[in-house]
Design a protein. Structure first.
Length: 258
């Protein structure tokens, strides 16, 4: 296994919980030959201090804490950072719907067991491997060659005689590639959905549909083909649902192994 470096934040107002998490994750790092850095915070307010996107690969977030709750902190984090993996820790399952609303990576009941945490970390490492090996789109823009992972692209649209491409960091590119050519390249990538003539969006970045408008991450909006609006929205909902089903199936398989 290639050496990964993971920067992990542990947020809990109970020191014994932080100690247990640190010990288990330390054992996992040793067993997996993983380069791991742990940052412990005793409140939600502490982890938000000088928070920046991509600061942590993973955040283990307790929900019930004195002062700001883990859910409130997560709402603020998601306003600036869509990609950090957030794993909620709680004694109750009542907040699970909110956890999915904030795109939680997982939801672990306390006390967190070693086998459960090991399974989650295994899944995270697999995810990083899949991302590093994910297909890329190559193109030329302003006389420079680019190769961008498909998973990083928010949308692709026609702009006069060009294609406009926007990535998750807010960078925009213009290339002479045709729309039909890019569709052909993405024909085996089921993440992309054509919502209008000349507009492809990555369904991982869709937030919702409202009155014929597709809302994407970063307050990006596109009109939807009126005739096919309901079908287009349903394709996205099926995509989201299939992802949730895969996640639930994986969790069930992990629970049977414990």
């Amino acid at each position: 296994m290639d050496m990964f470096h993971l920067n992990i934040a542990l947020v809990d107002d109970i020191q014994s919980e932080l100690d247990t998490l640190s010990q288990i994750l330390g054992e996992y790092a040793a067993a997996s030959q993983l380069d791991l850095t742990l940052h412990c915070f005793h409140s939600a307010e502490d982890v938000l201090t000088e928070y920046q996107p991509f600061r942590y690969t993973v955040i283990f977030m307790d929900i019930y804490m004195e002062g700001m709750t883990g859910m409130e902190a997560t709402e603020r984090i998601r306003a600036v950072d869509r990609d950090t993996l957030i794993i909620f820790l709680t004694t109750s399952g009542e907040h699970m719907p909110d956890a999915f609303r904030y795109h939680a990576y997982d939801y672990i009941r306390k006390p967190a067991e070693k086998a459960r945490l090991f399974a989650v970390m295994d899944d995270i490492l697999r995810r990083h491997t899949e991302i590093s090996d994910s297909p890329k789109i190559t193109f030329t823009s302003n006389r420079r060659d680019y190769s961008i992972p498909c998973s990083d692209i928010i949308y692709i649209r026609t702009e006069a005689n060009y294609l406009g491409i926007m990535d998750k960091s807010g960078n925009t590119y213009r290339t002479r590639m045709t729309f039909s050519a890019i569709k052909h390249r993405l024909r085996e990538n089921n993440h992309f959905l054509q919502i209008l003539r000349g507009v492809l969006v990555n369904m991982d970045y869709i937030e919702n549909f409202d009155d014929g408008i597709c809302h994407l991450t970063g307050d990006i909006k596109f009109p939807v083909n009126v005739r096919n609006a309901k079908k287009i929205e349903q394709v996205w909902r099926n995509y989201v649902f299939s992802g949730m089903r895969r996640k639930q199936r994986d969790l069930l398989q992990e629970s049977r192994m414990i």
